[in-house]
Design a protein. Structure first.
Length: 519
């Protein structure tokens, strides 16, 4: 029955994909006949009653995914980072997706709050608004506390876990079939891609995790210099549980409302640069970053401060991953393709049986066309897209730990370009990457790391006698075991000698008895 339900739901999804014609014409032309015929079978009346091919593909993409449901919107946003899977045109269309869906009923929101805290809504808030924003997993209301402070109340959608569980099981089903029959799907690790999506969605469906992410980000941000111009709301832990989260209300203009942003009279190129600096600081300095910085999640205040909201999706990077990222991007900026290739090999991204020089040549083919081009023609999305295309040639497996970062880089660049159409991502990144690498890999950093090692060793010195005693006890136990083993071995040896003597006597006795009979 489960198999049939997977097939039925996936056929419905195929019908909607066929009906809304979200596959670009050039990609459709290169499809196998069986795939084209399947799409026709799934939506035979499209050519008569369906949407026409002339309609804008970005609009059709949004309509189709909205029809399929919130799980597919999340999948679409995730696949926007994978042009190697869906093609450049579809990836570009998917990047336009924002999590705007129809809000659920006010009475359901109130019921969830009252269930979570065991109190009537009027005992918790003086005012409680209609939904301000709605996404695939939760929606936000504005409320007022008894002390007069305004807060944002985020509430999970009813039955959201069941819906996502059902759709994710379909994604795993189709990914598993693809990997079973297509070696390319195995290289792209489709099942693991879905598993990464599942992990991200599961974290989003526990608002305590999001609250904890905000608190952790505050700890990192407390050590930053004041000129890094971004802020975050504080969490009201007394009114936060798995299904409801309450934070400060953030004043400001959402970046999605560019007409109002322009009225603030800010230096727009600087604002674009500040947003990129805000993101890269999180990724490089913290190793912990807001992974959904689309325009609806960024608010700009009158003084130019950047306020971030919605920490449901966060990304993490180990120190090594941060260094690899910084060196790879900086090497592209500096046109040092050989060093760039060496970093890819050091990170284990490229199999060792390939030559570093050959991969450096492939990187040069990606980087050189962008050098000297106009800012409008240079794109981080384009660079990452072309880099992903080289993965097939060099048998590079998908680096799932970097998927979230790649997605975020593309989104942040898009936001900066929306503010300043001539924004040059690479020019903006260069000084920041250079300073971070000097700080991280320079002499001072090595001395600091050495000192930290010495301090760590010194912290263990008081425990050294205890360690030595434990080691001596262990040696004594080993000696005792060895002696016992030797005694047992000697006993076994003696037993074997005794057994051999008994056997010899029995043989002699038997031979004597037989000889007596013969006489």
């Amino acid at each position: 029955m489960g198999f049939l339900m997977h097939i039925f739901r996936l056929m419905r999804a195929g019908h909607i994909i066929a009906k809304y014609r979200i596959i670009p014409a050039d990609m459709l032309r290169n499809m196998r006949f069986s795939a084209k015929f399947g799409l026709f079978i799934l939506s035979p009346l499209t050519y008569i009653f369906g949407l026409r091919a002339g309609n804008d593909i970005d609009k059709r993409m949004g309509l189709a995914l909205a029809k399929l449901g919130p799980s597919y919107i999340k999948l679409g946003q995730f696949l926007a980072t994978r042009p190697d899977l869906v093609g450049d045109k579809i990836a570009a269309s998917l990047r336009q997706l924002q999590d705007d869906v129809t809000p659920f009923a006010q009475k359901l929101a109130i019921a969830q709050i009252e269930k979570s805290f065991g109190k009537k809504i009027t005992n918790l808030f003086v005012e409680f608004s209609q939904p301000i924003a709605a996404a695939s997993i939760a929606q936000v209301h504005k409320a007022k506390l008894s002390n007069g402070r305004y807060v944002a109340v985020k509430i999970l959608r009813p039955d959201v876990e069941q819906r996502f569980a059902r759709d994710l099981s379909d994604f795993f089903f189709i990914a598993g079939i693809a990997e079973q029959f297509d070696p390319e799907a195995q290289r792209l690790r489709l099942v693991e891609v879905v598993a990464t999506l599942k992990k991200s969605v599961n974290a989003e469906m526990n608002l305590r995790f999001e609250a904890a992410a905000i608190a952790e980000m505050h700890e990192y941000a407390a050590n930053l210099p004041a000129e890094l111009n971004f802020i975050m709301p504080q969490v009201n832990w007394a009114l936060t549980d798995k299904n409801v989260m309450v934070t400060d209300w953030v004043e400001g203009v959402a970046l999605s409302d560019m007409a109002q942003i322009k009225k603030l009279g800010l230096d727009m190129p600087k604002l674009a640069e500040d947003i990129v600096t805000c993101f890269l600081t999180q990724a490089l300095e913290f190793g912990f970053f807001h992974a959904d910085m689309h325009p609806g999640n960024i608010f700009i205040q009158q003084d130019g401060k950047i306020a971030l909201v919605d920490f449901g999706i966060i990304g993490r990077m180990t120190p090594d991953e941060r260094r690899f990222l910084a060196e790879i991007l900086y090497a592209f900026v500096r046109r040092d393709y050989l060093h760039n290739a060496k970093i890819h090999f050091e990170a284990g991204y490229v199999p060792e049986h390939f030559k570093v020089e050959d991969f450096a040549l492939a990187l040069r083919a990606i980087g050189e066309p962008m050098m000297g081009a106009n800012a409008e023609d240079i794109s981080m999305g384009k660079l990452l897209g072309q880099l992903l295309k080289t993965t097939e040639t060099f048998e590079m497996r998908t680096q799932l730990q970097l998927v979230m970062l790649q997605k975020s880089l593309v989104i942040v660049e898009g936001v900066a370009r929306m503010i300043d159409p001539k924004f040059d991502m690479f020019k903006s990144m260069e000084p920041l990457l250079e300073n971070w690498l000097k700080k991280t890999l320079g002499v001072e950093a090595k001395v600091k790391n050495s000192m930290e090692t010495v301090v760590e060793l010194a912290a263990h010195l008081p425990k050294l006698p205890a360690y030595m005693q434990r080691m001596m006890d262990s040696v004594e136990k080993l000696n005792a075991i060895s002696k016992a083993d030797a005694i047992m071995a000697e006993t076994a040896k003696s037993t074997r000698r005794h057994n051999r003597a008994q056997t010899a006597l029995l043989v002699v006795a038997l031979c004597t008895f037989l000889a007596t009979l013969l006489v």
